[in-house]
Every structure is written in structure tokens, then in C-alpha cells.
Design a protein around this ligand. Structure first.
Ligand code: FAD
Ligand code: FES
Length: 277
């Protein structure tokens, strides 16, 4: 797998939609042919020679291979200093690019239903995954459960509609869809299904830690097959600093620390160790 470490050219940097002012899609041109897997991430140095020394990790939202280069799309929410600088980048600016990094989602060819669950900007890695399943032209049913604080934070929803997924929404303020959390939507959905349907579901999730923990519990209760993408703050992105760990089962049924940047960000939920679960 090719990894590129160098300068990337900003091609476009646009708001994802009129109603989501705090979220943008930036397109970078990488002078190398890359074939990232859904769920992998890139590590971006938003500005050289600035006080912001650390790179920022972002999922690969989409990509297109050109003759001798690759265009990578990143969907990002503006939450702090780094993403504010990224939001101000214009075409022809450069950013530092390292990636694709990490382990992405596995494809399940035998599941009858592919159930995607996203919380907020956790939607980002699920677009390339949905496109991948969509292009396989199988009879697999693709369902997205998408939750956010409000309608304006359902980033990129239109792109998923264009892929033809069946979509259910939850917002915490009730501005659209079910009022509440996406985990409640998921539980409601699962409770309606018979054991045979449950056995044939492949679940994929990305969102805040609290959402992931609830989902891991549900996966155990309903005996599901599930992969989750975890988000932790990262420094090196290459397994060297140990700053991005999560607990996973070791081979004696206790835990060890796993570096998300190299063993993840995608994990099968059977690997994850939570106290009391
Ligand atoms: C593997 C991976 C993939 C990611 N993919 C995306 C993506 O596709 N789109 C996107 O918008 N964001 C994504 N993130 C989160 C993104 O990296 C952070 O939002 C970003 O680094 C914030 O930088 P900042 O300088 O703007 O914020 P800071 O000023 O550093 O922090 C501002 C706020 O953001 C929180 N924050 C910072 N870093 C993270 C983090 N890694 N995870 C969760 N919260 C964080 C801080 O706690 C703080 O509340 C991803 C994170 C990881 C680990
Ligand atoms: S970010 Fe340094 S080990 Fe993961």
C-alpha cells in the first residue's frame, strides 16, 4: 500500500451545504497514485512553520485516481485552531499530507443487511464504505442511521441520499427525525428484527466514545457482527508516541493498550475491552 508523505495542493475548499456552516469539504491533490481503503485516515499538517506543530487526523471521505495523481476529499467540522486554519485554505495553497494510514473497514460479502450508524462528523468514513458496497451491485440492503445534535449537523446527508441508501435520522433537539440519540434509533430498529435477520447484519459505526460504548453493549446483547472506527487525539500517527491508545483484549482475557493509529482506527467490537461489559 502506497503512503505519501509530502505537500498536497488544495484544489477546492467548500461548505458541505448551506445549512451546515461549520462543516466543509476540502479536496487535496496528491502527486502520487493512492488507493485508500474505507476507514483509513490522513494526517494533515495544516500549516508549516506555525506554532501548530501537530498534524490533525481526518478520515478519507472519498478519492479519485487521476493519471499520475490522486484527489482526496476530507469532510471536516470546524472545532478548534487546526480546523479553523484548514477552513481558510484556498485553491493553490499547500498542506502537509501523510497517508493513507491505519486499518480500514473489512467488507462482508455474505451479510444480507449492511447497517451503518453515524454520530455527527462520524459520518465521514462511512461515505467511501457506502460507495464501495453500492458499487458491488449485490442484493445487500444498505441502511444508514444518522444522529446529530441538530438538522444542521447532519453533514453530507444529501450525498448518502444520492447513493440510494435507506436513511433514518435522530436529532437531539428534534429538528428533524426522531428526537433523541442515534443509539436509541438503533435499539428500536434492532428490536423489530427477527433472529435470522439479526444474524445476517453487518454493522459499521463511527461517532463519539459514549456512542461507541453503548453500541458495543448492544452488539453483545443482540449478538451482532460489528466494526467501529474510533477517534482519539493523535500526535505522530505512526505508532511511535503511544498517545492514541485504547484498551483491547489480550490473549489472557485481560487487556493491553492498542495504538489506534496503526492497529485501528477500525476495530471489530470483539477486540475492544470495556470495564464492566
Ligand atoms: C482517525 C480519526 C479520524 C478523524 N476523522 C475526522 C473527519 O473525517 N472529520 C472531522 O471533522 N474530524 C475527524 N477527526 C477528528 C479531528 O481530528 C479533530 O476534530 C481535529 O484534530 C481537531 O483539531 P483542531 O485543532 O481544530 O481542534 P483542537 O483545538 O485540537 O481541539 C478542539 C476540540 O476538538 C476536540 N478534538 C481534538 N482532536 C480530536 C480527536 N482526534 N477526536 C475527537 N475530538 C477531538 C478537542 O477535545 C476539543 O474539544 C478524526 C479523528 C481521528 C482520530
Ligand atoms: S499517534 Fe503516536 S502512537 Fe498513535
Amino acid at each position: 500500500m502506497n503512503i505519501f508523505n509530502g505537500d498536497a495542493l488544495v484544489i477546492r475548499n467548500i461548505p458541505i451545504g448551506q445549512d451546515a456552516p461549520d462543516c466543509r469539504k476540502i479536496t487535496l491533490e496528491i502527486p502520487s497514485l493512492l488507493t485508500p481503503q474505507p476507514g483509513q485516515f490522513v494526517h494533515i499538517l495544516v500549516e508549516k512553520n506555525s506554532s501548530l506543530l501537530l498534524r490533525r487526523p481526518f478520515s478519507i471521505y472519498d478519492y479519485r485516481c487521476k493519471k499520475i495523481s490522486t484527489e482526496i476529499d476530507i469532510l471536516f467540522a470546524v472545532v478548534g485552531k487546526g480546523t479553523r486554519i484548514l477552513a481558510e485554505k484556498s485553491p493553490d495553497d499547500m498542506v502537509g499530507f501523510l497517508g493513507p494510514l491505519g486499518k480500514g473497514f473489512g467488507i462482508n460479502n455474505t451479510a444480507k443487511t449492511i447497517l451503518l450508524v453515524a454520530g455527527g462528523v462520524g459520518i465521514a468514513p462511512l461515505y467511501l464504505l457506502s460507495k464501495g458496497y453500492n458499487s458491488m451491485n449485490t442484493s445487500q440492503k444498505l441502511i444508514l442511521l444518522f444522529g446529530a445534535k441538530s438538522k444542521a449537523k447532519l453533514y453530507g446527508l444529501r450525498n448518502f441520499k444520492k447513493l440510494g441508501l435507506s436513511i433514518n435520522i435522530a436529532t437531539e433537539d428534534g429538528s428533524i427525525g426522531k428526537k433523541g440519540l442515534v443509539t436509541e434509533l438503533l435499539e428500536e430498529h434492532l428490536r423489530k428484527l427477527d433472529p435470522d435477520t439479526l444474524k445476517n447484519i453487518q454493522l459499521y459505526c463511527c461517532g463519539p466514545d459514549a456512542m461507541i460504548e453503548k453500541i458495543v453493549k448492544m452488539v453483545l446483547d443482540f449478538n451482532l457482527s460489528c466494526e467501529v472506527s474510533l477517534e482519539k487525539r493523535m500526535a505522530c500517527g505512526l505508532g511511535a508516541c503511544g498517545g492514541c491508545v485504547t484498551k483491547v483484549f489480550d490473549n489472557r482475557n485481560t487487556f493491553r493498550y492498542s495504538r489506534i493509529c496503526i492497529e485501528g482506527p477500525v476495530y471489530n467490537t470483539t477486540q475492544l475491552y470495556y470495564e464492566g461489559l
